[in-house]
Ligand binder design. Structure first.
Ligand SMILES: [Fe+2]
Ligand SMILES: [Fe+2]
Length: 285
């Protein structure tokens, strides 16, 4: 299978995971800056199951706000469209894809724990470095590896070929994908997110999180998600307090985020607590 036929197949998969209708509608409305607040609120409120989860998320510490809003319209006025879009997308993605439904051979719990960890860490990096708006960082982090789910579900043979190769060589899964597959999970995730009409800066952060480049819609967001992924992978399961080996970081990320990286072991424990509460929020019950 070549790259074109992989994406053509993706286009024709009828039951390709889709976000709840309300998320797509909100994204569509927010393409237009002139959209009245009432239209956005009315659209979100159509999905009554989602409303309390969105409010709980924007009031949560791990989303970085803890702002005490009690209605969608109050949230939109206070936090703005962009934050609301991020909250709606985050809740929608977990509602659609985060089910505990087990996929044999793929550790879905580990997958989501990693994604949530990268989301929270991205948010911390954005806030601490002042390089980017924190809400975008959280959402991009949450979605950065979505392509793995799609490859696993719909292109199982390809996924397994890359997996085997990463075990045999051994190289990272991404390096094995580049060697064995017509497209990587980063390409596939970006393709999916583009279909959901999310802003280009999010699509680019997903597409290039393993292959940082200069020509992207928002370089700071890309550097943050890339760095968060490296940090989480390095700190995952570590048992001592020594500084993690971050040599895999792109030099620009190491340079621009230097302040946050130097005192990483001071702030990361707080982030870990937030990762735990974010996992509980998204997956409990
Ligand atoms: Fe990845
Ligand atoms: Fe990752």
């Amino acid at each position: 299978m070549n790259r074109a036929s992989l994406f053509a197949t993706l286009d024709h998969i009828e039951n390709l995971p889709t976000l709840p209708a309300v998320v797509l509608e909100v994204n569509q409305l927010l393409q237009d800056f002139e959209t009245p607040i009432e239209s956005v609120c009315r659209t979100i409120e159509k999905d009554q199951a989602m409303v309390p989860r969105i409010l709980k998320l924007v009031n949560s510490a791990f989303f970085g706000l803890r702002c005490g809003v009690s209605t969608i319209s109050h949230a939109v006025v206070l936090l703005g469209f962009n934050t609301i879009r991020n909250a709606v997308v985050s809740v929608g993605v977990i509602d659609s894809f985060g089910s505990k439904q087990q996929l044999a051979g793929f550790d879905i719990t580990k997958f989501w724990t990693h994604s949530v960890a990268v989301a929270v860490t991205s948010r911390h990096l954005a806030e601490r470095s002042h390089l980017h708006y924190a809400g975008d960082a959280f959402t991009a982090g949450l979605l950065h590896d979505m392509g793995k789910l799609v490859l696993f579900r719909y292109f199982r043979t390809l996924f397994e070929a890359a997996w085997q190769s990463s075990q045999n060589c051994p190289v990272s899964f991404y390096e094995a994908e580049r060697k064995e597959l017509p497209a990587t999970h980063a390409d596939v995730g970006a393709y999916l997110v583009k279909r959901w009409q999310l802003p280009h800066r999010l699509t680019d952060a997903i597409r290039y999180h393993h292959s940082v480049r200069a020509e992207v819609a928002d370089r700071n967001l890309l550097l943050i998600v890339h760095a968060a992924d490296v940090i989480v992978n390095r700190l995952d399961g570590r048992s001592d307090d020594s500084p993690p080996d971050l040599t895999r970081l792109h030099p620009d990320a190491a340079h621009r985020l230097r302040g946050c990286l130097e005192n990483l072991t001071d702030w990361y424990p707080a982030a870990e607590d937030e990762i735990q509460s974010a996992c509980q929020f998204f997956f409990a019950g």
